[in-house]
Each structure stands twice: as C-alpha cells, then as structure tokens.
Design a protein around this ligand. Structure first.
Ligand code: CP3
Length: 352
C-alpha cells in the first residue's frame, strides 16, 4: 500500500518521524487532580481502585483526552502497579505519595521477588482495550511502564527519595543484588508491555523519571544496559518507544543509545539543543515547563511558540510538557496550549 499522510494517527507518525499535517500534542499527567472530572471520580475511589477497574480507568483516560482535544491518550495507571505481582505491596498515603511496606535492601530480598505473575496486571490491558475501542485510529494510545532504574529506586527506598542513598548503596556495593533486581524488572516489564501492546497500545512510554539523579558514568555503568534491553524488547513487540526522564541534559546522548524512537526532553535546556544532543535520527517529545501553565496567556504563548520554532518543522516533534501537570493548574490554560499548537504555522514554511 502506498504511504499516505492519512495512515496511522498523527501522534504515531510523529514518533516514527514521518511527515504530519501539524505537530501532535498531549500532556504528561493529563488525567489528574487539576481536572474537576477526575476529582469527582476520586471522591468515590482510591487511585489504585481506579487503576484496577478497567471501566473507570478507561473513562478517566478518555475524559481527559477529549476534554483537552489532544492527539494521544495515555492509559490511566501508575508506575508502581508491577510491584504488587512481584511480591511488594504498596499504598498511596494521602499527601505522602507511594509507600512500599517492605523495601528491597539485600540480595535475599531480590531473590524473593517473583517474575511469573505479570498476567495479574491484565486489568491495565482490559482498560486499554476499552480506550482503543473508543478512539480507534483517531488518537494514539500510549501504554507505559517505569524504567528499571526508576522502579528499582522506589523498591529500594520504599517511596520517593531526595538523595537515593539506599539505591546507590546497593548499586555501588552489591552488584549481585543490583544486577539481579534490574534483570527481574526487565523480565516483568517486558511481559507487562506485551499485555499492553496486545490490548491495543500504539506506543509505549518508558518513564525513567528519576534517572537524572545519576552521573553520566554511573548511568552508563549501572542503568544503561537494563534500559536498553527493555527498550529493545518493547520495540520487538512492534511499537515505537518513548524514553522519558527529567534533569537529563547531561545524559541524553547516552539515553538515546538505548535505541528509543522518541526521547523525552525537559525544559531546562532549549528544545533544539536537546534534539541535537540525542541526534536528529530520533524524534523528541517536550518540553514546556509545566509551571508555565500558571503564567498569563501571552507569556504562555511566547514559550509555546519558542518550542515550536526550535523544532523548526522537522518531522518527529511531539509537543508536551517537560514533566507532569501539577494540581491547581488551570484547565483552560492547558486547552489554550492545545489551540496554540494546532494553529501554529512556521513563518516561511511551505504550505501543503
Ligand atoms: O494521565 C496520566 O499521565 C496517566 C496516569 C499516570 C499516573 N501515574 C496516575 C497518578 C501516570 C503516567 C503515572 C506515572 C507515574 N507514577 C510516575 C512517572 C511519571 C512522572 O511523573 O515522572 C511516577 C513517578 C509515579 C509514582 C507516583 N504516583 C507518585 C510519586 C505519586 C504521588 C505524587 C502525587 O502527585 O500525589 C503518584 C500518584 C498518582 N498517580 C496520581 C495520579 C493521577 C496523583 C493523584 C491521585 O492521588 O489521585
């Protein structure tokens, strides 16, 4: 069949650096507490309940994507869900974020982790099926998982962390435990992504949210191989991979060597510099500061246009934030950004 600009969603085409009619746009954490509809659902259900009830997870995913008019819907789930079938129960405590009750600290703890129960995450796949049935080809559907380093950090610290002392202690001091933990994560996450792709996810985003805590040498020595194996295993399922991290300016070149199709860029570096660092053979996603969504519209518009100009109309830019939308963000400003991206035309660009 001849290649057509209509084939595949605008979002998936951009992931593959194919020409698009305009820059696709979506937002990290587009379904969340800043949105009234989500807060309503949360009044009656915990976060984990929403994730585990495909009907609810699909509804939350679809509502956010439609309200914003974005080009992709990220499945409503959480990074930590795979911990449970691995044998590490956790909960979200109000105002505190996630808490893992028995953190992984020793080689024995790693040995006890299970890798044979990823099928228990089938509820995420069921939710993806519902979202896919709703949108068909109209929107890109994004499945996701954590990267081995970032998930390992939650398992070892027992929650969020400022300095990653326990994580780095294991990483530097106990290669057997560290290597074993990353191996187990790659096994489970690959299986989890397989379920999501079979259910209809068009693209998988791998969140290495906290990898910016590593120096370049430590990233290369302790985190890169496992990330690369996961990226390649997911690509072998037949979908493009977005590899995302924060405060990664010094790591981008190395992260791109995983072979990910799309690299997430945060806002601390201009988009064109980040793109140069990962190379123009990759697509990029980003990179508005999520707090700019609190700025007056004219400031917001200036920043949005700067990003689009920095992308220069080159195929393979997906407009997004550099990190997730935070609670309190005015929804109308998020909608305004969608409109700005939709209406943007590069000066001097050829019109089709
Ligand atoms: O719309 C979407 O983006 C999809 C849903 C989504 C959630 N979590 C739901 C959620 C996604 C993609 C995630 C990923 C996730 N979860 C990450 C990686 C993304 C990133 O920000 O880098 C991380 C680190 C987590 C772990 C996690 N989940 C933390 C640290 C917290 C607590 C922080 C907070 O904001 O309270 C969560 C809770 C969570 N996951 C919320 C949502 C919408 C918060 C709202 C709630 O409690 O209902």
């Amino acid at each position: 069949m001849p290649e057509s600009i209509l084939e595949g969603s605008r979002f998936v085409r951009a992931c593959l650096r194919k020409p698009v009619d305009r820059t696709p746009v979506w937002f990290l954490r587009q379904a969340g507490r800043y949105m009234q509809e989500y807060r309503e659902v949360r009044k009656h259900h915990t976060l984990v309940e929403i994730c585990k009830q495909p009907e609810l997870a699909a509804e939350v995913t679809i509502t956010a994507a439609e309200k914003l008019g974005v080009d992709a819907a990220i499945i409503f789930a959480d990074l930590l869900l795979p911990l449970e079938p691995m044998g590490l129960p956790f909960e979200f405590q109000a105002g505190e974020g996630p808490v893992v009750h028995h953190p992984v600290r020793t080689a024995e703890d790693v040995k006890a982790l299970r890798t044979d129960r990823a099928a228990e995450l089938g509820y995420v796949a069921r939710a993806i099926e519902k979202v896919a049935a709703h949108f068909h080809e109209r929107l890109g559907i994004i499945g996701f998982c954590g990267a081995p380093f970032t998930l390992a950090s939650y398992m070892i610290e027992g929650g969020g962390s400022r300095n990653y002392v326990h994580t780095k202690q294991m990483m530097y001091g106990d290669p057997i435990a560290w290597g074993g933990l990353l191996d187990k994560l790659v096994t489970v996450l690959t299986e989890y992504c397989r379920l999501q792709v079979q259910a209809g996810a068009d693209v998988i985003q791998i969140f290495d949210s906290w990898v910016g805590a590593l120096s370049l040498t430590d990233y290369r020595e302790y985190a890169f191989e496992a990330s690369k194996r996961l990226v390649r295993a997911v690509q072998a399922l037949g979908v493009p991979v977005i590899y995302f991290g924060v405060e990664t300016a010094g790591l981008l070149g190395a992260m791109a060597e995983t072979g990910a199709d799309v690299m997430g860029l945060d806002w601390r570096q201009p988009l064109d510099e980040g793109w140069r660092a990962v190379g123009h053979t990759r697509a990029v996603q980003g990179n508005l500061d999520p707090i700019t969504l609190f700025a007056p519209l004219e400031v917001l518009e200036r920043r949005v246009k700067e990003i689009l100009r920095a992308a220069g109309g080159r195929p393979g830019h997906i407009f997004n934030l550099g990190h997730g939308i935070v609670p309190g963000t005015p929804v109308e400003n998020v909608q305004a950004v969608v409109k700005m991206v939709r209406e943007f035309r590069l000066e001097g660009a050829a019109r089709g």
